[in-house]
Design a protein around this ligand. Structure first.
Ligand code: 1GP
Length: 246
């Protein structure tokens, strides 16, 4: 199994650099504009997935992205139907903020043989949902409680437990279209507690919010929802995130 994606993320963390990932919901992928903009803006990673996919566009979406771009395509699966060998890698998510055994280990058991026989790079990820002002699709579909918005200590201990269990990435997510982005104090606390890379997403819809998360300690910024409404944000947020790398 190649480790190109993880090597890229961990190398960039070691060097204090920031990465920008665009999240594509296959149900809403209906034009090449997003990928053209991502190529132009030197986006680092493309993530593909959604809490619930309903139009059967998943495989086609990945094929189209792979044909149109050299940016690594990583699956961010809402469930174990969202596995395609055509992608480059997969965030193998364990929902460590929740207490739903199916999302901690159950679905993984079912998916394991398929993952082993694929060439996908497996990125074992501690996935943490953080309360963000509204009931998000991820919360509803996962049937879990999020970590309270202001409980930085719980977030830090959860992320540390994930690292000690051997997970390679932590993804703190307010959920798609979150009203409140994850607080800078929580990002600071978690990033100073763990040594593995930290991905932050949920409700980031401006350069300022992306830069605040980076300053606080995010290693990878993920934006999905905002780009669906305004594709020009890809270029401006990419510039903002990459301004930390000079
Ligand atoms: C959602 O973290 C991702 O799971 C991205 O969130 O869609 O709000 O950008 P947005």
């Amino acid at each position: 199994m190649e480790k190109d994606i993880y090597d890229k993320i961990s190398k960039s963390k070691r060097e204090g650099k920031k990465l920008f990932a665009v999240l594509i919901d296959p149900d809403k992928f209906d034009s090449m504009e997003v990928i053209e903009n991502a190529n132009k803006a030197a986006v680092d990673l493309i993530m593909v997935g959604g809490s619930l996919l309903s139009n059967g566009n998943f495989e086609k979406c990945i094929e189209t992205l792979k044909a149109a771009s050299k940016i690594p395509v990583i699956l961010f699966p809402g469930n174990n139907l969202q596995i395609s060998p055509k992608a480059d890698g997969i965030l193998l998510l364990s929902l460590i903020s929740g207490r739903n055994p199916e999302l901690l280990i159950g679905k993984h058991v079912v998916a394991a043989p398929l993952l082993r026989s694929s060439k996908l790079e497996i990125l074992p990820t501690g996935y943490m949902l953080i309360e963000s002002g509204k009931q998000t699709a991820a919360l509803y579909m996962s049937n879990t409680h999020p970590i309270p918005y202001d409980k930085d200590d719980i977030a830090a201990c959860t992320s540390l437990a994930g690292e000690l269990l051997g997970l390679k990435l932590i993804y703190m997510d307010g959920g798609s279209g979150a009203m409140k982005t994850i607080s800078e104090s929580m990002i600071k606390k978690v990033s100073s507690t763990i040594s593995i890379p930290l991905i932050i997403g949920g409700g980031i819809n401006s350069d300022e919010k992306a830069m605040k998360a980076c300053k606080a300690g995010a290693d990878v910024i993920v934006v999905g929802n905002a780009i669906e409404n305004d594709v020009s944000l890809i270029e401006s947020i990419s510039k903002a995130v990459h301004s930390f790398n000079n």
